[in-house]
Design a protein. Structure first.
Length: 214
């Protein structure tokens, strides 16, 4: 099918699952998903402290042309996150406070782009969460779940959202148990069972005097 289409009737993940994923943050969700879905280190929030989760409404745009962003806003419903991907590396700001006002009024939870953004002072004043950069986010498709916070942006395929939520919960429980062991004086080498791994790799402990002697 041609890429020159506006997709309607987008399948979305269970809203309860989406909202639950927000509590874990992008870093935990990225780990729970098997260390995939990270949107890249240069996609950063324009404001500190924002945390959202929502269904992706994606728009591919030509440099300097935000027509399909208007179409994405038209298709968005409350709880969505609009994700804009320029066809080529682009410094253009595809939205400002006027576009963000439309999104906010439709209940859109935030905006993520691998391009630029403008009117940042106004966007911060509005309290509209935005993550922007100049890197590729082409792995995101309509209906994916977006988790975004101070750590960055994680993308969860819609059909893996529920399983990822369970994995995130399990990870948080493991980390809580490990944290108590660390507070009790244990170290990660033992808590994570890494000594057999060192042995398997042939890595050994050598006193400095022996090491210095060659």
């Amino acid at each position: 099918m041609s890429d020159s289409v506006i997709v309607t009737d987008i399948a979305r993940a269970d809203p309860a699952v989406v909202d639950a994923l927000a509590a874990f943050g992008s870093a935990t969700v990225h780990e729970a998903l098997g260390r995939v879905g990270y949107a890249g280190p240069r996609i950063r929030p324009i404001q500190i402290g924002a945390r959202i989760a929502g269904t992706a409404i994606t728009a591919a745009v030509a440099p300097g042309d935000n027509l399909m962003v208007h179409a994405a806003i038209e298709q968005a419903v409350a709880g969505d996150v609009i994700v804009v991907v320029p066809a080529t590396d682009s410094p253009y700001g595809f939205i400002g406070d006027l576009m963000a006002t439309q999104m906010q009024m439709r209940g859109v939870r935030g905006y993520v782009t691998s391009g630029g953004v403008r009117d940042t002072a106004e966007l911060r004043e509005m309290g509209f969460p935005v993550w922007a950069a100049h890197v590729s986010a082409e792995g995101t498709v309509k209906g994916d779940v977006i988790i975004a916070d101070d750590d960055g942006v994680a993308v969860v395929p819609r059909l893996r959202a529920a399983a990822t939520l369970e994995a995130a919960r399990a990870r948080v429980q493991r980390e809580a148990a490990n944290r108590e062991r660390y507070r009790a004086g244990e170290i990660s080498m033992d808590v994570n069972g890494l000594r057999p791994v060192l042995e398997q790799l042939g890595i050994r402990y050598v006193p400095q005097a022996e090491y210095d002697a060659g």
